[in-house]
Design a protein around this ligand. Sequence first.
Ligand SMILES: *Cc1c(COP(=O)(O)O)cnc(C)c1O
Length: 319
Amino acid sequence: MLTLPTYDDVIAAAARLKGHAHRTPVLRSATADAMLGAQLFFKCENLQRMGAFKFRGAFNALSKFSDEQRRAGVITFSSGNHAQAIALSARVLGMPAVVLMPNDAPQPKVDATLGYGAQVIRFDRYTQDREALTRELAQQRGMTLIPPYDHPDVMAGQGTAAKELFEEVGELDMLLVPLGGGGLLSGTALATRVLSLRCKLYGVEPEAGDDGRQSLRRGQIVHIDTPRTIADGAQTQHLGHHTFAVIRRDVDDVLTASDDQLVAAMRFFAERMKLVVEPTGCLGFAAAMHAAIELEGLRVGVLISGGNVDLARFAELIG
Ligand SMILES: *Cc1c(COP(=O)(O)O)cnc(C)c1O
């Protein structure tokens, strides 16, 4: 039996995050509204600490550790934003952190994680099973493993962004949320089903890797090969058991966006809204811009999930 988080856990997470996470702004764009014939509300988690919503889930999970767990510290596997979120949260809470990263992880991400004070252990992703390796190390060192999405405390923490959004702008007709392993979408669902019951809630994943959509259609978790896409935060191969249970129950559907559509959204954010958004963070708006769904006259929330993109890469993509 899975223990699924509820909206009460999101409320508790928001209390733990108070004073530690930013209450990120909700931006409007008259140009976007005119272009789509809708009222759009952009929740800007690219402006969150360490540059993505993942600080919320990581900090919430680590805040719940017992004294004994804090002494031994936290361990995780990630080459992306979760690594930095765990490293920063551990530093703020004063505990050791170990992050397993593949040998070929981009150097800026390794440096950022080291910069927040975590120990980085490299592994060969072609010959070693990272989850098994992490579990083994966790046991050896007595550290607690906090995975990137399939964990009730991570999900509840991620749900605090949507809680803030609804508290600020009131009920919405629709909300578009980037989807990887489903921590953000499932947490968002917990908040949405209490604060704006009739809001249509959609996950948006890369066209090249639509395992989330397939999973919803089939009623079971579908596994795929690592998709080739510029949305590196959503290159997951499958949803989690906890995240899928909530998504299946509370999410209306899953849409997709192509890499070209993500680039168009990135360019819009930079040019019109002066925002640096990473490709994965553009998934929600890309689906809206390309009329993956009817928006006319609606109040639509768009969750911008993160802004961590190497500037040379950013220039190359939008240039
Ligand atoms: C991790 C991440 C996602 C996907 O979140 P999940 O909880 O895995 O679905 C989306 N956008 C950004 C920027 C991320 O770092």
